[in-house]
Design a protein around this ligand. Structure first.
Ligand SMILES: Cc1cc2nc3c(=O)[nH]c(=O)nc-3n(C[C@H](O)[C@H](O)[C@H](O)COP(=O)(O)OP(=O)(O)OC[C@H]3O[C@@H](n4cnc5c(N)ncnc54)[C@H](O)[C@@H]3O)c2cc1C
Length: 491
């Protein structure tokens, strides 16, 4: 969207309002977290946020509001390329309804709607169908700027180790290849939807030469597929977005194969987007959490009408149901695909088959993932509800903390908070979800604030005993009295 001069002024006015509104809700405004230092005298970071996408941004915003200011955000990608939006998210608009809020943390002037209206007016908002992807990225970058958040781009977390009572994160600066060891009290992994495991590809496809296939999460040279026959496997939004991108790039044809007998068109997110479920799912007992998630995670997330229309309008698009790929075989320059309903030939395959959960596969969690409690360690579902896939999800504590698989073997794991799709079994929609952010982020940050306070209770007690600032001085008395505005600054 282009901005007019007036629109530009609208944003400036909004930014002024942001400054004023944040000042109005800044109470209590002083730093309060007890500074910790290591032997060489350097200050321990209170929180290291890994991932500067929408999740990391919202977490930093929430920490700032709680006056936990000694944090850093690192992200391995280049600035503006955090998350999937500018790389493999191949859709024009977000799939969520435009009314969704999240990183604003319920401050009206920080909502997407406020940002949009400041530039395009209220009537443009009224007529807007869905949020354009580019606008979502621009909004997130705007939010980062007006909140004064700094993301250290090009820095990758490579390892986490315990250093009682802290954690040490090895963070590589990708430009200089320099490795920094960051000592932190808490580490939040806001590393994205797939980052608690790996993108999954059916083994029959994985065995093929790479020139014949790609996963939807990868870079794909669609221009090189012009005129070619493309087969796509998957029934989710990403499979359809990739099919549409291929069609728009002028491929010869796209056959999209859905393994199930019918395409799922019911969107479970519509049902579950209410405060009880989004805010309190984690309080249910294991049996209920398992039952709900066994049902919800076995459904594909349905996609909006626009995604369907984007492929359906092409005459060279075909969808086959009951068409899982039993076998694939290279025949000259093409691949023959066998499905229960018959064979098909394609020049290039794209798989949109989601991801698999397994923390131990993550390089940055080497030596950590294996020690983490999974659902299969803590809960045995009744007959009829077995699901090994769900059993691989981490079993998180009530503040998103990793828990040790074997008692007393790795208590330090609780200092790591997992805010990715891996949290879904324990919390329902939470990490890596816009819809749940307004509930999940404050809860995550409350847990951190609670720990930072409780772990230093002795220090807070001694501080209270030493707190001798009178409210006022008697006439002629020398010394300092408390300021009119109550500020405690211990940072
Ligand atoms: C294609 C696609 C489309 C989606 N569309 C929607 C939608 O329309 N509506 C909706 O509600 N949700 C959608 N989602 C789900 C979700 O909102 C997004 O995945 C969103 O990006 C999650 O935000 P995040 O901040 O948790 O993770 P991300 O945005 O993925 O950010 C994670 C960041 O962590 C960084 N990182 C990862 N590992 C490391 C490391 N070791 N060291 C340093 N940095 C690291 C990455 O570089 C990345 O920038 C979509 C997801 C995908 C994949």
């Amino acid at each position: 969207m282009t901005m007019t001069d007036t629109a530009g002024r609208g944003l400036a006015v909004l930014e002024q309002r942001v400054t004023e509104d944040l000042a109005k809700v800044a109470y209590p405004s002083g730093r309060w977290v007890t500074p910790h230092h290591i032997a060489d005298g350097s200050r321990v970071l209170d929180v290291l946020i890994v991932g500067g996408g929408q999740g990391g941004t919202a977490i930093a915003h929430a920490l700032t509001r709680q006056r936990v200011l000694n944090y850093r955000i690192v992200d391995q990608s280049e600035a503006g390329f955090e998350g999937p939006w500018n790389t493999y998210a191949r859709m024009a608009t977000l799939r969520s309804p435009k009314a969704v809020t999240g990183p604003d943390l319920d401050i009206p002037c920080l909502t997407f709607q406020a940002w949009f209206e400041a530039q395009h007016g209220a009537s443009a908002w009224e007529t807007l169908n869905k949020i354009e992807k580019g606008d979502w990225v621009a909004y997130l970058l705007w939010l980062r700027r007006v909140l004064g958040l700094t993301v250290e781009n090009g820095k990758r977390l490579e390892r986490i180790e315990p250093a009682d009572p802290y954690l040490v994160a090895s963070v590589r600066d990708l430009a200089s290849d320099r490795l920094e060891r960051v000592t932190a009290r808490k580490i939040v992994l806001a590393t994205g939807i797939e980052s608690s495991g790996r993108w999954w590809t059916p083994p029959v496809v994985e065995a093929l030469d790479r020139r014949y296939w790609a996963h939807t999460s990868e870079e794909i040279d669609f221009a090189a597929l012009k005129g070619k026959r493309v087969a796509v496997l998957g029934a989710g939004a990403s499979a359809f977005d990739n099919a549409a991108t291929a069609l728009e790039a002028g491929v010869g044809s796209v056959t999209l194969c859905v393994r199930r007998p019918e395409l799922q068109r019911v969107q479970p997110f519509r049902w579950l987007s209410f405060p009880g479920f989004l805010g309190h799912f984690y309080t249910l007992d294991d049996a209920w959490r398992w039952r709900f998630m066994n049902y919800l995670l076995s459904l594909r997330e349905a996609f909006p009408r626009e995604t369907w229309q984007r492929v359906a309008r092409h005459g060279n698009f075909e969808m086959r149901t009951d068409a899982g790929w039993d076998a694939v075989e290279v025949m000259g320059d093409a691949v023959r695909i066998s499905t229960p309903g018959g064979n098909l030939e394609a020049d290039f395959l794209i798989v949109g088959t989601g991801f698999d959960m397994d923390l131990s596969l993550r390089p940055e969690l080497a030596g950590v993932g294996e020690q983490v409690a999974r659902w299969s360690d803590r809960y045995a579902p009744p007959e009829g509800e077995e699901n090994p896939r769900l059993g691989r999800y981490p079993y998180l504590g009530p503040a998103y903390e990793l828990l040790e698989r074997e008692p007393a073997t790795a208590p330090w794991l609780r200092h790591i908070r997992l805010f990715t799709f891996g949290a879904t079994m324990s919390f329902g929609p939470s990490g890596a979800s816009i819809n749940a952010m307004k509930f999940a982020v404050p809860h995550l940050v409350d847990g951190i604030v609670r720990d930072l306070f409780q772990e230093d209770v002795q220090d807070h007690w001694e501080n209270l005993i030493g707190f001798q600032l009178p409210e006022f001085l008697f006439d002629g008395e020398e010394g300092e009295a408390a300021p009119a505005v109550p500020v405690i600054d211990r940072g």
